[in-house]
Write a protein that binds this ligand. Structure first.
Ligand code: ASP
Length: 331
C-alpha cells in the first residue's frame, strides 16, 4: 500500500484490479497487441502528472487487490474487491473509493459492487481502452476524471467513469471494442460528465438502488452457484440448455431476441430446466430497452437487467444472501 501525502485528514482509496489501464505494449503505437494488467496501481497513480494538486485536500492511498485482464474476472476477485472496498468505506477518514478495472467486465463488477455495498460514499470505477504505454493513453485522463467524481459532493453509490462520462452501475454497458468512448447507458443515458475537472451532473440525485445484499455475507472461499447465459437466435434448439443441465448448472439467464422472445425448442428446454429446479431469468440480447413481461409469461423477466447483470443478480439470489437482506432494516 502506498500513500501520497497532501497533509489532509481525508483519504481517497484507489484499488487496482488490472485491465488495459495497467497494460503494456512492446510498441507505443500498438493498441491491440498488448498485455493487460502489468503495471501496479501505485506506479500507475504516481505516473499521472499533477495528481497531488488535482486532489488537493485529499490523501491518495493505493492498494493492489488483483492484477487481472478483466475478461478473466471471477467471483473470487469480486469477493476480495467487495471486502476491501467495504473495509475502506467503513473508515471515517475515507471519503471515497476509486477502482481501476478492465473495460471488458467493468459493468458486471460495478453492478455486483452496487448490490453488496452501502451507497453512503462514492465508489468510482474507471478504466482505459489503450494501454498505459500508448502514444496517447486514455487511462491518466480517466483516472483524473474518476477522482473528480470521487471528490464531488453530489457523488454517491457505484458509478463508472470513462471518456468524460459518468454512468450508473445499473445501466452502463460496453458497446464498442475499440473506441475510447466505449460505454453507453442505453436509453437512460449517462448521469453526468467531467469537463476540465468539473463534474456536471445531468441527473441528481443519483439513482442509487440500496444494496440487495451485504459484502460481509460473502466469503472468498465459498463456491458460487453455477449460472450460465444462453442465447436465443435463429435456429436455437435448446441443446445448450440440455448440456448445461447435465453439467449441473443451478441457474440460467436467457438472452432472448427482441422483447425476450425464445424459439419453441429453447422455451421447452428451459421449461424442463425450471421443472427440475434450475432458476431461469429472461433478458434480451437487444443493447437498448428492457423486456416487458407479457401477461402469460412463463419465464420470469430480469427487471431491466442486461444478461450479464441478471446473471450476477441470480447468483447472489442463489447464494442465499436474502438472510443478510432481511437483517438489514435499511433495505
Ligand atoms: N481485456 C481488457 C480488460 O478488460 C480490456 C480493457 O481493459 O480495455 O482487462
Amino acid at each position: 500500500m502506498q500513500v501520497v501525502e497532501t497533509l489532509s485528514s481525508k483519504k481517497i482509496v484507489i484499488l487496482g484490479t488490472g485491465g488495459t489501464i495497467a497494460g503494456q505494449s512492446a510498441l507505443r503505437d500498438d493498441n491491440i497487441n498488448y498485455l493487460a494488467a502489468q503495471v501496479d496501481i501505485s506506479t500507475l497513480t504516481a505516473s499521472v502528472q499533477g495528481l497531488a494538486a488535482h486532489v488537493a485536500g485529499f490523501d491518495l492511498v493505493t492498494e493492489q487487490v488483483a492484477q487481472v485482464d478483466s475478461k478473466d474476472m471471477d467471483e473470487k476477485v469480486w469477493c476480495r474487491l467487495a471486502q476491501r472496498t467495504a473495509n475502506a468505506l467503513a473508515q471515517p477518514d475515507v471519503h471515497a473509493v476509486v477502482i481501476t478495472h478492465g473495460t471488458d467486465t467493468i459493468e458486471e463488477t460495478a453492478f455486483f459492487l452496487q448490490s453488496v455495498l452501502p451507497a453512503n460514499k462514492p465508489v468510482v470505477l474507471t478504466c482505459a481502452m489503450r494501454p498505459s504505454t500508448a502514444l496517447n493513453p486514455d487511462g491518466p485522463q480517466n483516472l483524473r476524471d474518476a477522482l473528480s467524481v470521487a471528490m464531488d459532493p453530489h457523488a454517491e453509490g457505484v458509478v463508472v467513469v470513462c471518456a468524460g462520462l459518468v454512468h450508473t452501475a445499473q445501466h452502463v454497458q460496453k458497446i464498442h471494442p475499440y473506441r475510447l468512448d466505449a460505454f453507453s447507458s442505453g436509453d437512460a443515458g449517462p448521469v453526468g460528465s467531467v469537463e476540465n475537472a468539473r463534474v456536471r451532473w445531468t441527473v441528481l440525485p443519483l439513482p442509487c438502488t440500496p444494496p440487495a445484499w451485504q459484502a460481509s455475507g460473502l466469503s472468498v472461499d465459498q463456491p458460487w452457484p453455477q449460472v450460465e447465459i444462453v442465447l436465443n437466435h435463429a435456429g436455437a434448439t435448446g441443446a445448450v440448455v440440455q448440456a448445461l443441465m447435465h453439467a449441473g448448472v443451478q441457474g440460467l439467464v436467457v438472452a432472448g431476441t427482441g422483447n425476450g422472445t425464445l424459439s419453441q425448442p429453447l422455451t421447452r428446454a428451459l421449461q424442463l430446466a425450471m421443472a427440475s429446479g434450475v432458476q431461469v431469468l429472461r433478458s434480451t440480447r437487444c443493447a437498448f430497452g428492457q423486456v416487458m413481461a407479457e401477461s402469460d409469461a412463463l419465464i420470469p423477466v430480469a427487471q431491466g437487467l442486461s444478461p450479464v447483470k441478471a446473471r450476477v443478480a441470480l447468483q447472489l439470489s442463489l447464494l442465499g444472501l436474502a438472510a443478510a437482506k432481511a437483517s438489514n432494516p435499511k433495505n
